[in-house]
Design a binder for this molecule. Sequence first.
Ligand code: TXA
Ligand code: MG
Length: 326
Amino acid sequence: MAFPTETVYGLGANARSTAAVESIFAAKGRPSDNPLIVHIADMKQLDGLVAEVNETARALMEAYWPGPLTLVLPAAPGAVSPRVTAGLPTVAVRMPAHDVALRLIAAAGCPVAAPSANRSGRPSPTLAQHVGEDLAGVIDGIVDGGPTGVGVESTVVEAGADGTVTVLRPGGITAEQLARVAPGGVTLDPALREAGGAQDIPAPKSPGMKYTHYAPRGTLRIVRGAAAEAVAARIAAELEAAARRGEVTGVLAFDEHLPYFRADCVLSLGSIHALETAAHRLYAALRRFDERGVTYMLAEACPEDGLGAAVMNRLLKAAGHDVIDV
Ligand code: TXA
Ligand code: MG
């Protein structure tokens, strides 16, 4: 059953049932070594799931649950199907800040394993309609809660007993927000910092980070640089050259620069000064390019502070790390 959360739509199943969890992997076409996040509706559900919650993890939960934060914790043996954790000794847990999701989980009466409700490799769904596009006919149903809020997935972290927090996947809770409750500081999993992305590292801590994700069907390239004028000029020039080659062109950029661009499909990420709008619109924009048959698209990079870190992480993955630096 697909359901809305504050980040993206999830595809939920009883985390204790191996058969139910296997049907999620089958519906999504998801590699079985990529573990799932377990969703809970109240703190009582946490007790049976995890072996231990250190002080840092506790502080993070108090600050940001319910909300777009997933904690990787030592699993209580046998608490969920081994298919949920992909054999890891840890389990990823979150409590979503969405009334429909919370009520659904409470009604289910069990921890709910739920990845994003897209076909593996497609942009995550931010509308019930996106879930239908990918999964109609192969899942039991969709609870339509309208558009999701944040628009990118939860932040996945590991919390050390020493007050350190390691970000395994940037998301709806920003590094700045984490830092407020992490006396030991916030660091990025090294797998996230490599130029080629996590797929070049044998074992990123969050296994999902090694897969190509969110990829639109055409070629997507990112244009990045310190000077906005130079970035805009390069995007405009690339679009012109692509049009001359006969490509169906697309551009994904901020409102401040949109007037510079001529393309078959021009999509706005909102203001460069309001990156929560970019996060909210990103996945729907990638899907829109596909609908419009765009074969060559350029995206304007954004600053990596606040939600910009998650936006750039998803954009880089969507583009297969194809970046034009100007
Ligand atoms: O916002 C979200 O987190 C959404 C909504 C539906 O809640 N869910 C989501 O799930 O994004 P999914 O399956 O698409 O991504 C789960 C991520 C993957 O990168 C996976 O590798 C990581 O969490 N993960 C799950 N369990 C883990 C574990 N035990 N250790 C490290 N990473 C884990
Ligand atoms: Mg996903």
